[in-house]
Design a protein around this ligand. Structure first.
Ligand code: ARG
Length: 463
């Protein structure tokens, strides 16, 4: 005799209902209700296909369709009561369908299983998030392109080891991030194309004996094709892992830019002013304007990469096909996606608002002997010195300037000739920061003309 507390969906062979602890550890409805819209879309496609194949009647399919639409609006309007006893979104929707339409509800699950259902729902959800990431990245790149176009000629220090290295242009620095986010965008695009296969109809693991049409449901759900192997279809989560990997790399890029904004907006640097809209104050220090959005973006990589590690670890070593371990696939992906989209939007807002402090950037660009390489290159080009010797001579000149407490352009010709007699007045032409950046015309270099070409090329690609 089946206990009256036993599960309505699978309790036929059970004499007792589950322990409260069993119910608590087993239920996923607390989080997988986020898959409601995808679950209902999958069920609609499945029911329409069952009718088209003559597996259920048209009138049952129509009742199922209308019932599902009713349930969707109940959920959207917050009028749906989710039940832990019904475990997950799939059984919550199906049980409610029974209440709404009665007997035909029981025919919906023909030729499918919760295993292909959840794999389908989750793919649809992750696919939407890949699309959202692509849109978010495009918006951020457009904001960066505006900065780069406006500041293609502004000079600033370029750093290696966070020590002054050579002058670069503001536009060039912004375009470095456009390249990074452009690769992130292509990673989401690639992952999206690979994940775009339908698990629906793989059933529990082996396929089904019903004459289903998996191509029809795949097409209805916007998938390129059905997954070709039913065991694989229900048991891999690599599509979510690829999304998390792409998200982690993107979050890493965001964290680097965020870190630069934190440094640049400090009183010691003053390279940029962040807008009030993306800053906060201190409750004790009235003078403070803190770059909290940048700091939080810098931190998001922690939970996003954490999600990647968590899901990889859940999946490691699982035998084929479905195991309940896989129910642990969702929460971290939800959290990672939410936080990635938030970080992209916040960064886009900050970049759109931020004001470069052009005079400060220019003064900093010339400090720290930043044109020493230009001087060495001049010695090579004009005096025909081997680069290693030119490097040595320039090093001596830097030491002289350091001793005098001045920068290279402030040395006199006599100071220079005391180190290398063949140096002429002409050398001063390469010591200025604007000449320095203008000379770096090699492909991908920092010269304003190169930067403007890159801006134009990306504008074209993104339009
Ligand atoms: N809630 C489950 C999950 O998220 C759905 C699949 C359950 N399948 C099963 N055979 N118990 O993975």
């Amino acid at each position: 005799m089946t206990d009256k507390n036993a599960n309505q969906m699978w309790g036929g062979r059970f004499a007792e209902g589950p322990d409260a602890i069993m119910e608590a550890i087993n239920a996923s409805i607390g989080f997988d209700q986020r898959l409601a819209a995808q679950d209902i879309a999958g069920s609609r496609a499945h029911a329409a296909m069952l009718a088209a194949q003559g597996i259920i009647s048209n009138s049952d399919a129509e009742a199922i369709r209308e019932g599902l639409l009713t349930i969707l609006s109940e959920i959207e309007q917050g009028r749906f009561t989710f039940s832990t006893a019904l475990e997950d979104i799939h059984m919550n929707v199906e049980a409610r369908l029974k209440e709404v339409i009665g007997e035909p509800a029981g025919r919906l699950h023909t030729g499918r299983s919760r295993n292909d259902q959840v794999a389908t729902d989750f793919r649809l959800w992750v696919r939407d998030q890949a699309d959202a990431a692509i849109e978010g990245l495009k918006a951020l790149m457009c904001a960066l392109l505006v900065q780069a176009g406006t500041g293609a000629e502004w000079v600033m220090p370029g750093f290696t080891h966070l020590q002054t290295a050579q002058p670069v242009t503001w536009g060039h620095h912004m375009m470095a991030y456009v390249e990074m986010f452009g690769r992130d965008l292509s990673r989401f695009t690639d992952a999206r194309a690979r994940m775009n296969e339908s698990p629906l109809g793989a059933a529990a693991l082996a396929g089904t004996s019903f004459p289903i049409d998996r191509h029809m449901t795949a097409e209805a759900l916007g998938f390129a094709r059905p997954c070709a192997n039913s065991l694989d279809a229900v048991s891999d989560r690599d599509f979510a892992l690829e999304f998390l990997a792409a998200s982690s790399i993107c979050a890493m890029h965001l964290s680097r830019f965020a870190e630069e904004l934190v440094i640049w907006s400090s009183a010691q640097f003053r390279f940029v002013a962040l807008s009030d809209r993306f800053s906060t104050g201190s409750s004790i220090m009235p003078q403070k304007k803190n770059p909290d959005a940048a700091e939080l973006i810098r931190a998001k990589i922690g939970r996003i990469f954490g999600a990647n590690v968590a899901l990889m670890t859940v999946m490691k070593g699982l035998p084929l096909a479905y195991s309940k371990d896989m129910q642990e696939d969702k929460e971290q992906v939800f959290d990672a996606a939410d936080n990635l989209m938030l970080a992209l939007a916040a960064m886009t807002g900050m970049v759109g608002d931020m004001q470069a402090n052009v005079p400060v950037l220019e003064a900093a660009a010339g400090a720290g002997f930043s044109t020493a390489t230009d001087l060495a290159d001049w010695l090579v080009r004009v005096l025909g010195m081997p680069f290693r010797d030119a490097h040595h001579v320039t090093g001596s000149l830097v030491a002289v300037a350091e001793g005098k407490g001045c920068d290279l352009p402030e040395l006199s010709l006599a100071d220079m000739q005391a180190v290398e007699p063949r140096i002429t007045e002409e050398v001063f032409g390469v010591l200025g920061v604007h000449n320095s950046v203008a000379s770096r015309v090699s492909y991908g270099g920092t010269a304003p003309e190169q930067v403007k070409q890159q801006v134009a090329a990306w504008q074209e690609r993104l339009s």
